[in-house]
Design a protein around this ligand. Structure first.
Ligand SMILES: Cc1ncc(COP(=O)(O)O)c(C=O)c1O
Length: 83
């Protein structure tokens, strides 16, 4: 479940079933917020996108990147210390 703020400042509650699809929606929404033209023009209209995430993040982020046309090589896993 995610709470999303729209461009007009309204909030939308998005209910999803499962963590993987929620992660993909989050990537989709972040991409649309930064590059709304992707909706009509596709990935060719946006610069190469890179997702930085913890090395401990769930592998579904890579699956989401694959499904969204971002590519699994564009998901950069950041090393973390014990904290
Ligand atoms: C952070 C995180 N993301 C995604 C998932 C995948 O969830 P699901 O199997 O419900 O798609 C999990 C599952 O444990 C998770 O912990």
């Amino acid at each position: 479940m995610m709470l999303i703020m729209t461009r007009k400042g309204n909030y939308v509650l998005l209910c999803t079933l499962g963590g993987a699809i929620s992660n993909m929606y989050a990537m989709l929404i972040a991409r649309f917020k930064m590059f709304p033209e992707v909706k009509e023009k596709g990935m060719a209209a946006v610069p190469r996108l890179i997702a930085f995430t913890s090395e401990h993040s769930h592998f579904s982020l890579k699956k989401g990147a694959a499904a969204l046309g971002i590519g699994t090589d564009s998901v950069i896993l950041i090393k973390c210390d014990e904290r």
